[in-house]
Write a protein that binds this ligand. Sequence first.
Ligand code: RNT
Ligand code: ZN
Length: 418
Amino acid sequence: MHVKERYEDAKKRYEKAGVDTDKALEILKEIPVSMHCWQGDDVIGFDHDGPLTGGIQTTGNYPGRARTPEELMKDMDKVFSLVPGKTKLNLHASYAIFEDGVHADRDQLKPEHFARWAAFAKERGMGIDFNPTFFSHDMVKDNLTLSSPDKEVRDFWIRHGQACIRISEYLANETGQPCVMNIWIPDGYKDIPADRLTPRARFKDSLDQILSIPYDKEKVLVCLESKVFGIGMESYTVGSSEFTINYAASRGILPLMDNGHYHPTEVVSDKISAMLLFFDKIALHVTRPVRWDSDHVVLFDDETREIAKEIVRNKALDRVMIGLDFFDASINRIAAWTVGMRSFRKALLYALLTPNEKLAGLQEEGHLTEVMMIQEEMKTYPFGDVWDYFCETEGKPVGEDWYEAVKTYEDQVFSARK
Ligand code: RNT
Ligand code: ZN
Protein backbone atom coordinates (compact mmCIF):
# COMPACT_ATOMS: atom_id res chain seq x y z
CA MET A 1 0.00 0.00 0.00
CA HIS A 2 1.18 3.50 -0.75
CA VAL A 3 1.89 6.02 1.93
CA LYS A 4 -1.20 8.00 0.98
CA GLU A 5 -3.51 4.96 1.11
CA ARG A 6 -2.13 3.91 4.46
CA TYR A 7 -2.77 7.45 5.65
CA GLU A 8 -6.39 7.42 4.47
CA ASP A 9 -7.00 4.20 6.43
CA ALA A 10 -5.31 5.56 9.53
CA LYS A 11 -7.27 8.78 9.27
CA LYS A 12 -10.54 6.82 9.51
CA ARG A 13 -9.40 4.94 12.56
CA TYR A 14 -8.30 8.10 14.34
CA GLU A 15 -11.56 9.80 13.38
CA LYS A 16 -13.47 7.15 15.29
CA ALA A 17 -11.34 7.90 18.33
CA GLY A 18 -12.22 11.59 17.98
CA VAL A 19 -8.97 12.76 16.38
CA ASP A 20 -8.65 14.86 13.21
CA THR A 21 -5.38 13.79 11.57
CA ASP A 22 -5.43 16.48 8.84
CA LYS A 23 -5.69 19.18 11.45
CA ALA A 24 -2.94 17.57 13.51
CA LEU A 25 -0.55 17.65 10.55
CA GLU A 26 -1.33 21.28 9.79
CA ILE A 27 -0.40 22.24 13.34
CA LEU A 28 2.60 19.92 13.45
CA LYS A 29 4.52 21.41 10.55
CA GLU A 30 4.41 24.90 12.05
CA ILE A 31 5.78 24.07 15.51
CA PRO A 32 9.31 25.47 15.71
CA VAL A 33 11.94 23.14 17.12
CA SER A 34 15.36 24.65 17.64
CA MET A 35 18.27 22.55 16.48
CA HIS A 36 21.43 22.99 18.52
CA CYS A 37 24.56 23.53 16.43
CA TRP A 38 26.75 21.83 19.03
CA GLN A 39 25.90 18.22 18.17
CA GLY A 40 27.93 18.67 14.98
CA ASP A 41 31.32 19.32 16.55
CA ASP A 42 31.14 17.95 20.10
CA VAL A 43 30.47 21.37 21.70
CA ILE A 44 33.84 22.79 20.67
CA GLY A 45 33.05 25.89 18.58
CA PHE A 46 35.43 28.09 16.61
CA ASP A 47 36.78 30.60 19.09
CA HIS A 48 39.27 28.58 21.11
CA ASP A 49 41.63 25.61 20.98
CA GLY A 50 41.14 24.31 24.50
CA PRO A 51 39.00 21.39 25.65
CA LEU A 52 35.31 21.34 26.54
CA THR A 53 35.01 22.37 30.20
CA GLY A 54 32.20 23.35 32.55
CA GLY A 55 31.20 19.94 33.86
CA ILE A 56 29.72 18.73 30.59
CA GLN A 57 31.30 16.02 28.53
CA THR A 58 31.11 14.38 25.15
CA THR A 59 32.28 10.82 24.84
CA GLY A 60 33.26 9.00 21.68
CA ASN A 61 35.40 9.66 18.66
CA TYR A 62 33.30 8.91 15.62
CA PRO A 63 34.95 10.25 12.47
CA GLY A 64 33.56 13.31 10.69
CA ARG A 65 33.40 16.02 13.34
CA ALA A 66 32.81 19.44 11.73
CA ARG A 67 35.95 21.54 12.22
CA THR A 68 35.03 24.76 10.43
CA PRO A 69 31.93 26.93 9.98
CA GLU A 70 31.69 25.70 6.39
CA GLU A 71 31.71 22.06 7.48
CA LEU A 72 29.17 22.67 10.23
CA MET A 73 26.81 24.55 7.91
CA LYS A 74 27.11 21.85 5.27
CA ASP A 75 26.34 19.15 7.84
CA MET A 76 23.35 21.07 9.13
CA ASP A 77 22.01 21.42 5.62
CA LYS A 78 22.18 17.66 5.25
CA VAL A 79 20.14 17.29 8.44
CA PHE A 80 17.61 19.91 7.32
CA SER A 81 17.04 17.85 4.18
CA LEU A 82 16.05 14.86 6.32
CA VAL A 83 13.94 16.48 9.00
CA PRO A 84 10.31 17.54 8.47
CA GLY A 85 8.65 20.58 10.05
CA LYS A 86 9.70 24.08 11.00
CA THR A 87 13.24 24.33 12.34
CA LYS A 88 15.15 27.06 14.12
CA LEU A 89 18.90 27.22 14.53
CA ASN A 90 20.40 27.28 18.02
CA LEU A 91 23.88 28.82 18.27
CA HIS A 92 26.41 29.28 21.04
CA ALA A 93 28.62 32.35 21.31
CA SER A 94 31.65 30.08 20.88
CA TYR A 95 30.56 29.57 17.25
CA ALA A 96 31.53 33.14 16.36
CA ILE A 97 33.09 33.39 12.92
CA PHE A 98 36.16 35.61 12.72
CA GLU A 99 36.76 36.90 9.21
CA ASP A 100 40.38 37.40 8.17
CA GLY A 101 41.49 35.77 11.41
CA VAL A 102 40.75 38.85 13.58
CA HIS A 103 39.87 37.21 16.87
CA ALA A 104 37.62 38.79 19.53
CA ASP A 105 37.43 37.54 23.09
CA ARG A 106 34.07 36.55 24.54
CA ASP A 107 33.53 39.93 26.19
CA GLN A 108 34.22 41.73 22.92
CA LEU A 109 31.91 39.74 20.64
CA LYS A 110 29.88 41.78 18.18
CA PRO A 111 26.94 41.11 15.87
CA GLU A 112 29.34 41.11 12.91
CA HIS A 113 30.87 37.90 14.23
CA PHE A 114 27.53 36.24 13.58
CA ALA A 115 26.73 37.89 10.26
CA ARG A 116 27.40 34.69 8.34
CA TRP A 117 25.10 32.74 10.62
CA ALA A 118 22.40 35.37 10.15
CA ALA A 119 22.78 35.10 6.37
CA PHE A 120 22.72 31.29 6.60
CA ALA A 121 19.47 31.33 8.58
CA LYS A 122 17.86 34.01 6.42
CA GLU A 123 18.54 32.08 3.23
CA ARG A 124 16.73 29.14 4.78
CA GLY A 125 13.86 31.17 6.26
CA MET A 126 14.88 30.20 9.78
CA GLY A 127 15.03 32.00 13.10
CA ILE A 128 18.05 31.79 15.37
CA ASP A 129 18.30 31.16 19.11
CA PHE A 130 21.46 32.08 20.97
CA ASN A 131 23.51 31.19 24.05
CA PRO A 132 26.32 32.99 25.80
CA THR A 133 29.17 30.51 26.34
CA PHE A 134 30.25 30.51 29.99
CA PHE A 135 32.58 27.53 29.63
CA SER A 136 35.63 26.30 27.69
CA HIS A 137 37.54 29.52 28.38
CA ASP A 138 40.43 30.51 30.65
CA MET A 139 38.36 33.15 32.43
CA VAL A 140 36.41 30.30 34.01
CA LYS A 141 38.39 30.24 37.28
CA ASP A 142 37.92 27.30 39.65
CA ASN A 143 34.73 26.38 37.80
CA LEU A 144 33.25 29.81 38.53
CA THR A 145 32.05 32.61 36.21
CA LEU A 146 29.24 34.99 37.17
CA SER A 147 29.39 33.87 40.80
CA SER A 148 33.16 34.09 41.18
CA PRO A 149 34.57 35.94 44.22
CA ASP A 150 36.99 37.60 41.77
CA LYS A 151 35.42 40.79 40.44
CA GLU A 152 37.57 40.75 37.34
CA VAL A 153 36.21 37.32 36.46
CA ARG A 154 32.61 38.35 37.10
CA ASP A 155 32.96 41.56 35.12
CA PHE A 156 34.40 39.71 32.16
CA TRP A 157 31.41 37.37 32.08
CA ILE A 158 28.93 40.19 32.68
CA ARG A 159 30.34 41.93 29.60
CA HIS A 160 29.97 38.63 27.74
CA GLY A 161 26.33 38.31 28.75
CA GLN A 162 25.62 41.88 27.68
CA ALA A 163 27.41 41.36 24.35
CA CYS A 164 25.23 38.30 23.79
CA ILE A 165 22.02 40.26 24.38
CA ARG A 166 23.11 42.71 21.68
CA ILE A 167 23.95 39.85 19.35
CA SER A 168 20.61 38.19 20.06
CA GLU A 169 18.75 41.39 19.21
CA TYR A 170 20.73 41.67 16.00
CA LEU A 171 19.86 38.06 15.10
CA ALA A 172 16.17 38.71 15.81
CA ASN A 173 16.24 41.80 13.60
CA GLU A 174 18.02 39.98 10.80
CA THR A 175 15.78 36.92 10.79
CA GLY A 176 12.53 38.68 11.70
CA GLN A 177 11.92 36.10 14.44
CA PRO A 178 12.39 36.42 18.21
CA CYS A 179 15.67 35.06 19.55
CA VAL A 180 15.57 32.86 22.64
CA MET A 181 18.77 33.64 24.55
CA ASN A 182 19.60 31.10 27.20
CA ILE A 183 21.98 31.67 30.09
CA TRP A 184 23.55 28.61 31.65
CA ILE A 185 26.62 28.78 33.90
CA PRO A 186 28.58 25.78 35.16
CA ASP A 187 29.41 27.38 38.53
CA GLY A 188 29.50 25.02 41.45
CA TYR A 189 31.59 23.04 43.92
CA LYS A 190 32.79 19.48 43.88
CA ASP A 191 32.49 19.03 47.61
CA ILE A 192 30.27 20.31 50.37
CA PRO A 193 30.52 24.10 50.33
CA ALA A 194 31.01 26.18 53.46
CA ASP A 195 28.78 28.93 52.10
CA ARG A 196 25.96 28.34 49.67
CA LEU A 197 24.48 31.80 49.91
CA THR A 198 27.28 34.15 48.88
CA PRO A 199 27.92 32.65 45.43
CA ARG A 200 24.19 32.73 44.70
CA ALA A 201 23.97 36.35 45.84
CA ARG A 202 26.80 37.24 43.47
CA PHE A 203 25.18 35.32 40.62
CA LYS A 204 21.97 37.24 41.23
CA ASP A 205 23.79 40.54 41.13
CA SER A 206 25.73 39.60 37.98
CA LEU A 207 22.53 38.63 36.19
CA ASP A 208 20.95 41.92 37.20
CA GLN A 209 23.87 43.72 35.64
CA ILE A 210 23.60 41.73 32.42
CA LEU A 211 19.90 42.50 32.17
CA SER A 212 20.40 46.18 32.98
CA ILE A 213 21.29 47.09 29.40
CA PRO A 214 18.39 48.20 27.20
CA TYR A 215 17.00 45.59 24.81
CA ASP A 216 13.73 44.78 23.11
CA LYS A 217 11.99 42.17 25.26
CA GLU A 218 9.69 41.16 22.42
CA LYS A 219 12.67 40.27 20.28
CA VAL A 220 15.06 38.78 22.83
CA LEU A 221 13.58 36.20 25.16
CA VAL A 222 16.20 35.78 27.87
CA CYS A 223 16.07 32.43 29.70
CA LEU A 224 17.88 31.03 32.70
CA GLU A 225 18.69 27.31 32.81
CA SER A 226 19.03 25.45 36.10
CA LYS A 227 21.09 22.37 36.87
CA VAL A 228 21.37 20.06 39.84
CA PHE A 229 24.99 18.97 39.31
CA GLY A 230 27.90 18.87 36.88
CA ILE A 231 30.98 16.71 36.53
CA GLY A 232 33.32 18.16 39.14
CA MET A 233 30.40 20.11 40.61
CA GLU A 234 28.63 17.22 42.25
CA SER A 235 27.78 18.77 45.60
CA TYR A 236 26.50 22.20 44.71
CA THR A 237 25.52 24.28 41.72
CA VAL A 238 24.93 28.00 42.05
CA GLY A 239 22.16 28.00 39.46
CA SER A 240 19.90 25.48 41.15
CA SER A 241 16.27 24.99 40.24
CA GLU A 242 14.91 27.18 43.04
CA PHE A 243 17.38 29.94 42.26
CA THR A 244 16.50 29.91 38.61
CA ILE A 245 12.73 29.83 38.94
CA ASN A 246 12.66 32.58 41.53
CA TYR A 247 15.10 34.72 39.61
CA ALA A 248 13.16 34.32 36.36
CA ALA A 249 9.82 35.01 38.05
CA SER A 250 11.05 38.13 39.81
CA ARG A 251 12.83 39.57 36.76
CA GLY A 252 10.33 38.78 34.03
CA ILE A 253 12.56 36.42 32.08
CA LEU A 254 11.93 32.78 31.13
CA PRO A 255 12.93 29.73 33.16
CA LEU A 256 14.55 27.02 31.06
CA MET A 257 14.19 23.38 32.07
CA ASP A 258 16.63 20.81 30.68
CA ASN A 259 15.33 17.32 31.40
CA GLY A 260 18.85 16.10 32.19
CA HIS A 261 19.21 18.55 35.04
CA TYR A 262 17.07 17.07 37.80
CA HIS A 263 17.24 14.24 40.27
CA PRO A 264 16.82 10.93 38.43
CA THR A 265 13.18 10.31 39.33
CA GLU A 266 12.04 13.89 38.75
CA VAL A 267 10.42 14.49 35.38
CA VAL A 268 10.13 17.74 33.45
CA SER A 269 6.83 16.60 31.93
CA ASP A 270 5.28 17.02 35.38
CA LYS A 271 6.77 20.48 35.86
CA ILE A 272 5.49 22.11 32.66
CA SER A 273 1.89 22.65 33.78
CA ALA A 274 3.00 24.12 37.11
CA MET A 275 5.32 26.55 35.36
CA LEU A 276 2.68 27.53 32.79
CA LEU A 277 0.39 28.73 35.58
CA PHE A 278 2.95 31.31 36.65
CA PHE A 279 4.93 32.18 33.52
CA ASP A 280 3.72 33.55 30.23
CA LYS A 281 6.47 31.65 28.43
CA ILE A 282 8.93 28.94 29.41
CA ALA A 283 11.76 27.22 27.54
CA LEU A 284 12.94 23.63 27.32
CA HIS A 285 16.11 21.77 26.51
CA VAL A 286 14.96 18.36 25.46
CA THR A 287 17.64 15.75 25.98
CA ARG A 288 18.00 12.15 27.21
CA PRO A 289 19.83 11.58 30.45
CA VAL A 290 21.03 8.01 30.91
CA ARG A 291 21.88 7.61 34.62
CA TRP A 292 23.36 11.12 34.61
CA ASP A 293 23.17 14.26 32.47
CA SER A 294 24.70 12.26 29.64
CA ASP A 295 22.98 14.11 26.80
CA HIS A 296 22.16 11.03 24.75
CA VAL A 297 20.22 11.51 21.51
CA VAL A 298 16.51 12.26 22.04
CA LEU A 299 14.33 9.26 21.21
CA PHE A 300 10.60 8.69 20.80
CA ASP A 301 10.44 7.40 24.37
CA ASP A 302 7.93 7.72 27.21
CA GLU A 303 9.21 10.92 28.78
CA THR A 304 9.75 12.65 25.44
CA ARG A 305 6.15 11.83 24.50
CA GLU A 306 4.92 12.99 27.89
CA ILE A 307 6.72 16.33 27.51
CA ALA A 308 5.17 16.82 24.07
CA LYS A 309 1.72 15.92 25.43
CA GLU A 310 2.01 18.57 28.14
CA ILE A 311 2.83 21.24 25.57
CA VAL A 312 0.06 20.23 23.19
CA ARG A 313 -2.81 19.47 25.55
CA ASN A 314 -2.20 22.59 27.63
CA LYS A 315 -2.47 24.57 24.39
CA ALA A 316 0.95 26.00 25.04
CA LEU A 317 2.56 25.62 21.62
CA ASP A 318 3.29 29.34 21.49
CA ARG A 319 4.33 29.53 25.15
CA VAL A 320 6.90 26.75 25.33
CA MET A 321 10.12 27.45 23.43
CA ILE A 322 11.41 24.05 22.34
CA GLY A 323 15.11 23.42 21.87
CA LEU A 324 17.10 20.21 21.76
CA ASP A 325 20.32 19.72 23.70
CA PHE A 326 22.36 16.56 23.27
CA PHE A 327 25.80 15.68 22.02
CA ASP A 328 26.87 12.17 21.19
CA ALA A 329 30.34 11.87 19.69
CA SER A 330 30.26 8.08 19.48
CA ILE A 331 27.92 7.82 16.48
CA ASN A 332 27.46 9.54 13.14
CA ARG A 333 26.65 13.13 14.14
CA ILE A 334 24.29 13.78 11.23
CA ALA A 335 22.32 10.69 12.21
CA ALA A 336 22.34 11.80 15.86
CA TRP A 337 20.80 15.14 14.93
CA THR A 338 18.33 13.55 12.54
CA VAL A 339 17.12 10.94 15.02
CA GLY A 340 16.74 13.57 17.74
CA MET A 341 14.88 16.04 15.57
CA ARG A 342 12.63 13.43 14.00
CA SER A 343 11.94 11.86 17.39
CA PHE A 344 10.79 15.07 18.99
CA ARG A 345 8.61 15.90 15.99
CA LYS A 346 7.15 12.38 16.28
CA ALA A 347 6.41 13.00 19.94
CA LEU A 348 4.58 16.20 19.01
CA LEU A 349 2.56 14.30 16.42
CA TYR A 350 1.76 11.58 18.95
CA ALA A 351 0.46 14.25 21.30
CA LEU A 352 -1.62 15.84 18.54
CA LEU A 353 -3.10 12.42 17.72
CA THR A 354 -4.22 11.82 21.28
CA PRO A 355 -7.90 12.53 22.06
CA ASN A 356 -6.81 14.99 24.72
CA GLU A 357 -10.10 16.69 25.40
CA LYS A 358 -12.00 13.45 25.62
CA LEU A 359 -9.42 12.06 28.06
CA ALA A 360 -9.45 15.19 30.21
CA GLY A 361 -13.26 15.03 30.32
CA LEU A 362 -13.16 11.44 31.49
CA GLN A 363 -10.66 12.34 34.19
CA GLU A 364 -12.88 15.19 35.37
CA GLU A 365 -15.81 12.82 35.66
CA GLY A 366 -13.72 10.34 37.58
CA HIS A 367 -13.63 7.63 34.88
CA LEU A 368 -10.03 6.79 35.56
CA THR A 369 -10.25 3.20 34.34
CA GLU A 370 -11.30 4.47 30.92
CA VAL A 371 -8.54 7.06 30.91
CA MET A 372 -5.97 4.35 31.39
CA MET A 373 -7.61 2.03 28.89
CA ILE A 374 -7.79 4.64 26.09
CA GLN A 375 -4.24 5.88 26.68
CA GLU A 376 -3.02 2.30 26.30
CA GLU A 377 -5.11 1.54 23.23
CA MET A 378 -3.92 4.70 21.47
CA LYS A 379 -0.40 3.30 21.59
CA THR A 380 -1.19 0.72 18.92
CA TYR A 381 -3.11 3.04 16.60
CA PRO A 382 -1.49 3.38 13.14
CA PHE A 383 0.68 6.30 14.20
CA GLY A 384 3.48 5.33 11.78
CA ASP A 385 1.16 5.70 8.79
CA VAL A 386 0.37 9.29 9.73
CA TRP A 387 4.03 10.05 10.41
CA ASP A 388 5.13 8.58 7.07
CA TYR A 389 2.51 10.64 5.26
CA PHE A 390 3.71 13.77 7.05
CA CYS A 391 7.31 13.12 5.97
CA GLU A 392 6.20 12.52 2.40
CA THR A 393 4.08 15.67 2.18
CA GLU A 394 6.97 17.66 3.65
CA GLY A 395 9.22 16.26 0.93
CA LYS A 396 11.40 14.43 3.47
CA PRO A 397 12.46 10.75 3.45
CA VAL A 398 9.92 8.21 4.71
CA GLY A 399 10.93 5.68 7.37
CA GLU A 400 14.55 4.64 7.56
CA ASP A 401 15.18 5.79 3.97
CA TRP A 402 16.97 8.87 5.28
CA TYR A 403 19.86 6.74 6.47
CA GLU A 404 20.97 6.03 2.89
CA ALA A 405 21.65 9.74 2.44
CA VAL A 406 23.65 9.78 5.67
CA LYS A 407 25.77 6.83 4.56
CA THR A 408 26.51 8.41 1.20
CA TYR A 409 27.42 11.65 2.95
CA GLU A 410 29.65 9.78 5.35
CA ASP A 411 31.47 8.05 2.49
CA GLN A 412 31.89 11.21 0.44
CA VAL A 413 32.32 13.95 3.02
CA PHE A 414 33.37 12.47 6.35
CA SER A 415 36.05 10.25 4.86
CA ALA A 416 37.85 13.37 3.62
CA ARG A 417 37.94 14.85 7.15
CA LYS A 418 40.59 12.59 8.60
C1 RNT B 1 24.74 22.00 30.26
C2 RNT B 1 23.51 22.64 29.75
C3 RNT B 1 23.70 23.56 28.58
C4 RNT B 1 24.65 23.02 27.55
C5 RNT B 1 24.66 23.78 26.25
C6 RNT B 1 25.84 23.43 25.41
O1 RNT B 1 24.51 21.02 31.18
O2 RNT B 1 22.57 21.67 29.43
O3 RNT B 1 22.48 23.87 28.04
O4 RNT B 1 24.38 21.69 27.26
O5 RNT B 1 24.56 25.11 26.49
ZN1 ZN C 1 20.78 22.33 28.44
